[in-house]
Ligand binder design. Structure first.
Ligand SMILES: *Cc1c(COP(=O)(O)O)cnc(C)c1O
Length: 380
């Protein structure tokens, strides 16, 4: 090969060869059912200087210790990651007082949720979850060919566990309980969740998605790990994206009993969890004290924001996560515009409500200033 040809391999297409997709006649067979897969809608991006409160991310940059650990691994980018990820799995197992064989990793807990669905449900099986809940559930279920069964939240914007029990059929394979729930921030009662799990047939997997568990300050917190220890048909989902502030690196995990865990590994994306992600997660588990300070600050900002919303007359829902849901209904677009005018980017579900992530004290100041400005206008 000549040196010219080699450079062409990585270079831009030659002038005049621009690809025009509209000229291609589409003849490829499409898998039936794909038209039912809804596209994932990401939280809006923010312009520089605005408060990005649309994706429940940490307002803090990565810890210095995490940046150092990751930087030290950059020279290994030409290598595939270790699929076994023994170091990280041992550290996670230790933290959660389970065995390493109970830990299955994925490229974010979204990928682990996908593994769980693919491991237990096939075409025409049913996967149940509350609605509204995590945006990814419906598409992940559709992608697998299974049928999403959405059980409406109750009037408190919380899981309606009795209705979910009633919705179980012979085709139900998996039930997601998102606790605290995204986007409403509500939690299920510990005793009620235990009774629910106990009433679910043992061949149906109950997955307790605890993406926001670190922010939960409920009096009697429903504890996914305790339910995992007690019941063979429970698995727990955790992520490094929220409290640990590693959303950009994509790493999450399931805690599952051995037969389930083995099946999850079968359907996992090979090499899905990068070496940098494994390294950052291990470093984060060694910095829990430092992270807890940050988590407590976010909880404080959540409470400040909630109190401000209530004082301003908004139908905010008390939250145990790192965001607050305002069930603004038909006024959602207005609230979104008001926040945007004060450089706050929130997550708005038109006609339903607005979810505002808890960020720094300055972020909360902006939200409160927006509410005060609206109040001044109405009063004028
Ligand atoms: C953000 C979130 C996750 C985590 O997703 P990652 O893929 O780990 O970033 C999982 N479940 C819920 C309910 C979430 O809101």
């Amino acid at each position: 090969m000549t040196s010219t040809a080699q450079s062409d391999l990585l270079g831009a297409p030659a002038a005049g060869s621009a690809f025009r997709s509209e000229r291609i006649l589409m003849t490829i067979h499409t898998r039936p059912g794909l038209e039912m897969v809804p596209a994932y809608r990401q939280g809006k991006a923010a312009s520089p200087g605005a408060s990005k409160l649309s994706s429940n991310e940490s307002p803090h940059p990565p810890l210095d210790s995490v940046i150092e650990a990751v930087t030290a691994r950059l020279t290994q980018l030409h290598r595939y990651p270790n699929i076994g990820a023994e170091t990280l799995r041992a550290a996670i197992a230790d933290k959660n007082s389970v065995a390493a064989e109970n830990i299955v990793l994925g490229a974010g807990s979204v990928e682990v949720a996908s593994q769980l669905i693919h491991a237990v449900a096939g075409p025409d099986d049913e996967v149940m979850f509350a609605w509204r809940s995590f945006e990814a559930y419906p598409s992940l279920v559709r992608i697998s060919g299974a049928i999403p069964v959405e059980v409406p939240l109750n009037t408190d914007a919380a899981h309606d566990l009795p209705a979910m029990l009633d919705a179980i059929t012979a085709k139900t394979r998996l039930i997601f309980i998102c606790n605290p729930n995204n986007p409403t921030g509500t939690v299920v009662d510990a005793a009620a969740l235990d009774a629910f799990v106990d009433a679910v047939p043992r061949d149906v997997l109950v997955v307790i998605d605890e993406a926001y568990v670190h922010f939960d300050r409920s009096q009697v917190r429903a504890d996914g790990l305790a339910l995992f220890a007690k019941y063979p048909h429970v698995a727990v989902l955790h992520t490094f994206s929220k409290a640990y502030g590693l959303a950009g690196l994509r790493v999450g995990y399931a805690i599952a009993h051995p037969p389930v865990a083995e099946n999850l590994r079968k359907v996992s994306l090979p090499f899905g969890v990068t070496d940098l992600a494994q390294t950052a997660a291990v470093a984060s588990l060694q910095a829990e004290a430092e992270l807890n300070v940050r988590i407590n600050e976010v909880v404080q900002q959540r409470e400040r924001m909630y109190a401000g919303l209530i004082a301003a007359g908004y139908p905010a829902v008390a939250s145990e996560a790192n965001f607050v849901w305002v069930s603004a209904g038909e006024h959602s677009a207005e609230l979104d515009a008001l926040l945007a005018a004060h450089k706050v980017v929130a997550r708005t579900f038109p006609g339903e409500g607005v979810r505002i992530s808890a960020g720094s004290a300055e972020d909360t100041d902006r939200v409160l200033a927006a509410l005060a400005a609206a109040h001044a206008e109405v009063g004028a």
